[in-house]
Design a protein around this ligand. Structure first.
Ligand SMILES: NC(=O)c1ccc[n+]([C@@H]2O[C@H](COP(=O)([O-])OP(=O)(O)OC[C@H]3O[C@@H](n4cnc5c(N)ncnc54)[C@H](O)[C@@H]3O)[C@@H](O)[C@H]2O)c1
Length: 297
């Protein structure tokens, strides 16, 4: 692999474990997390809000994959979300630049679009598929923290760093399988973590999802991307988990139609996600190999 030494922040977390697993036979991986990681490799315990800890971890590294974060609005209060996700991301870029790291791959989220959290004041998408030019309409602190993280990445890219931003949709970990089943059985009465999962079944009103094995592969491909300056990609399974086809569900949820810019996407694949996956396919070489519709059938 082009990068021999890769630092993975949040490497002990649910997604981080898959990413470390995907990389560990291909390069030397160092994990940085507040909690100890599983498996072999080199692990550093540290907090991303501590610039000293992040700088020490970034020393001698060729690339950084930044995954550590408060992963949703339910996991911390808004102040903590902004501190960890925004200041933490700033520290990672600042330390990476200071240590001469060439590339940072940033784990963002589809939440930047603003259409993931029902309880918040979601702003409907303007058109579908939602592409990289679509305005970012975040209204909740988590989504806003990810928008600001992307902007931090953009500013470091303008200073010469290679920055790749991945926007995974809701990651359907095996630990979430029962949540997905329970939600599908009775969506109206479903409340978060009813089935003992680490968080509520997510994916926004359209029930997007991506398998963690696919998401991890996307991070590996982001390291292999040739000469990026600042590039962003939506990362999703090829289908949603929703019972109705995407455009039908969208119209029901919004109570009206929206502009459909590429109807063939939904004609060829009625359960296609809201997001434009063409850049991931064409530039990153990523197409999801897994989907979890069997859980909700
Ligand atoms: N879970 C999803 O559905 C989803 C969807 C899109 C994007 N994401 C993003 O994926 C990433 C990973 O999320 P996850 O699902 O693995 O959640 P997770 O909570 O399992 O992992 C987050 C990791 O970051 C670590 N961490 C948190 N605060 C830290 C700090 N201050 N310093 C050092 N480490 C810290 C945690 O210890 C944990 O290991 C996050 O950036 C999240 O925003 C998640």
């Amino acid at each position: 692999m082009e990068f021999e030494k890769v630092l993975v922040t949040g490497g002990a977390g649910l997604l981080g474990r898959y990413v470390v697993g995907e990389l560990q036979d291909r390069c030397t991986v160092t994990g940085l997390d507040r909690t100890a990681g599983v498996g072999g490799g080199r692990w550093l315990l540290g907090d991303i809000t501590d610039i000293g800890a992040v700088s020490a971890a970034a020393e001698d590294q060729h690339a950084v994959i930044h995954i550590a974060a408060v992963p949703n609005i339910w996991s911390a209060d808004p102040e903590t979300i902004m501190r960890v996700n925004v200041l933490g991301t700033w520290n990672v870029f600042q330390a990476a630049e200071a240590m001469g790291v060439r590339r940072v791959v940033l784990c963002s989220s589809d939440s930047v679009v603003g259409f993931t959290v029902r309880e918040g004041k979601m702003v409907p998408p303007l058109y579908a598929p939602v592409d990289l030019e679509h305005p970012l309409q975040a209204t909740d602190p988590y989504a806003l923290s990810k928008v600001l993280g992307e902007e931090i990445g953009r500013s470091f890219a303008a200073r010469g760093m290679e920055v790749v931003v991945l926007r995974p949709v809701f990651v359907a970990y095996p630990e979430m399988a029962d949540e997905l089943r329970v939600r599908a059985e009775d969506p109206v009465r479903y409340r978060g973590s009813m089935a003992g999962g680490p968080s509520a079944a997510g994916g926004g009103p359209l029930w997007h999802h991506v398998d963690p094995r696919d998401a991890a592969r996307a991070f590996r491909l982001a390291l292999a991307l040739r000469q990026p300056t600042f590039e962003r990609f939506f990362i999703s399974a090829e289908v949603t988990l929703a019972p109705e086809p995407t455009l039908e569900r969208l119209e029901r949820v919004l109570g009206r139609e929206i502009e459909i810019r590429r109807p063939e996407v939904f004609r060829e694949n009625p359960f296609a996600p809201l997001y434009d996956l063409a850049p991931a396919r064409e530039r990153l070489g990523f197409m999801a190999e897994h989907e979890q519709r069997h859980l909700v059938a």
